[in-house]
Ligand binder design. Structure first.
Ligand code: 5GP
Ligand code: MG
Length: 185
């Protein structure tokens, strides 16, 4: 455990078992078809790298970067920092992978943008899903775990840039985000 973590929600063993399950669903969906896993940086890099190693069929890998401006644990305006080359999107079947589906704004925006840029098909896969917080109508095609409405860190998820390297998912102690409420995540 880590001194800033209130409690562990999912440990390493549970995470890998959950990913095995979703990797099988993804494999069934794409068997016999070309597809590209598009990992949304930075948060999904840990999840995406574990996920792709459990998918035994051919795939390509690409990255996009999305970050919300704004303070603390609320998401603000979205900045899409870069996209893969046109040739990596146009006419391709894309599986957009993110760390957590919260309000849904990030993925809704990215799906629209990738379709606008000519993707043949866009599906989504999230590590965590927080349905209680949804602000736009959005559903992921694949998800590993559902979580309650609380701020979590670890396994790629950060607070103010930290905790991404924790091998588990935990709830951050309240005093940790109240202490640094002015820092963007
Ligand atoms: P959405 O656009 O769905 O509201 O937000 C998605 C992004 O918000 C995620 O990719 C993640 O960066 C951030 N986010 C939402 N909920 C949490 C959370 O509980 N913990 C952390 N660390 N980030 C979160
Ligand atoms: Mg993120």
């Amino acid at each position: 455990m880590h001194e800033d973590v209130e409690r562990i929600l999912f440990n390493e063993e549970q995470i890998l078992a959950g990913i095995d399950r979703v990797a099988e669903e993804v494999t069934r969906t794409y068997r016999g078809r070309d597809f590209t896993v598009v990992s949304v940086l930075k948060g999904s890099c840990v999840f995406a790298s574990d996920l792709i190693r459990r998918i035994p069929i051919p795939l390509e890998l690409a990255f996009v970067s999305a970050s919300s401006y704004g303070a603390g644990t609320e998401s603000g305006d979205l900045a899409l920092n870069f996209f893969p080359a046109e040739s990596e999107i146009s006419g391709r079947n894309l599986l957009l992978v993110d760390d957590i589906l919260d309000t849904g704004r990030t993925l809704a925006r990215l799906v629209d943008e990738l379709r606008r840029r000519g993707a043949a098909e866009v599906r989504t896969c999230v590590f965590l899903d927080k349905p209680a917080r949804r602000a736009v109508d959005f559903r992921a095609d694949f998800r590993v775990f559902e979580v309650a409405d609380l701020f979590v860190v670890g396994y790629g998820l950060d607070f103010a840039g930290r905790y991404r390297n924790l091998p588990f998912v935990g709830a951050l102690k309240k005093e940790c985000y109240e202490r640094s409420a002015s820092t963007a995540r």
